[in-house]
Design a protein around this ligand. Sequence first.
Ligand SMILES: C[S@@+](CC[C@H](N)C(=O)[O-])C[C@H]1O[C@@H](n2cnc3c(N)ncnc32)[C@H](O)[C@@H]1O
Length: 400
Amino acid sequence: MRSLRTGATSAAVRIQVSRNGRPALESRVGAKALSENFALIPELPLDQVLVGDCVAAMNALPAGSVDLVFADPPYNLQLGGDLRRPDDSLVDAVDDDWDKFSSFADYDAFTRDWLSACRRVLKPDGALWVIGSYHNIFRVGAILQDLGFWMLNDIVWRKANPMPNFRGRRFTNAHETLIWAARGENSKYTFHYEALKGGNDDLQMRSDWYLPLCTGEERLRDGAGAKVHPTQKPEALLARVMLSASNPGDVILDPFFGTGTTGAVAKALGRHFIGCEREQVYADAARARIAGITPLPPEAFATAPSKRSEPRVPFLSLVEAGLVKAGETVFDAKRRHSATIRADGTLLLGPAVGSIHKIGALAQGLPACNGWTFWHVERKGELLLLDVLRTGIRAEMAAA
Ligand SMILES: C[S@@+](CC[C@H](N)C(=O)[O-])C[C@H]1O[C@@H](n2cnc3c(N)ncnc32)[C@H](O)[C@@H]1O
């Protein structure tokens, strides 16, 4: 019997895999088998690393229990022999056993197994991210769709500092692809559109992300200066994934934990993680790394409420609350356009009467306009945006 150890923290469970491949669970305290029915696991092994095969580990977890999966699976790189630089030095390429499969069919079967296990543990509104390269991502994508996941985006991670193509026989391989998929077509997945836009100079965040490889202080090295893991991912990549597609307190599962980049970023950003990793040496490195992470203060990662989730405030409410007055003039930021506020919450511009949006569009000769962010009133000689007054009303509504 091979054992999958959990970390020595809260949920005192020990998961074992029997010779017939079926997982069994026992209490570490009582060392007595509780049940082979894994729906009975009393609590999720939060913030722990499960050492062993990820499919067995995930099958031991309760169904519908995690919010997000981030998976960085073996890429099945199919390297043919040593890779050398022009100066004949050996490239530190990924040639580990965990990345070797006997055939594409073998890789597909493995992919189907772990994706099915992920789908089972995801909540109905959960989602999954998987990163890969041209070697595997198309196979993974097809299997995802076959299993019922619903594609949301493919993200291109464009590497700021890619490894050159030493043989000069192909283009430099300068990107990796991340697939973002909801558990199913009707899943109400999490996406913080406005937070991402706010951090991107108020432009919609695009699907091509330009980020450096994991280097410098972030890269884990052993005493001799060698990389602890050949494919450690940059924390900035994981941070963007988590900030866009999860909430503080969410449970994020990583079936191929490696040196625990997912866990390190989850802890920093106030999320929970569950990691699965078959190699003890990587699991140990991950635990040590995560222990050294100090979470950011909550205000540094709390998700601002999106505009869509805020209560609707009609412009008439501002008139009724006395924040603007009937007969008062509204202006655009450069005072090129103006209109008059009417007692019923509409605006008057020449002969035209309509909403703040309609009259804003009419003034500019545009098909549409957001009147809240176009019109201002004058207070103490300064222009004050209607949206600022609306924020005040919303705060009152929230307090009430
Ligand atoms: C591409 S690496 C992940 C690296 C990780 N994202 C990081 O930043 O350190 C894939 C990892 O999956 C592990 N692995 C491969 N097959 C596995 C399996 N069946 N169950 C659990 N872990 C597995 C490997 O040992 C390897 O560490």
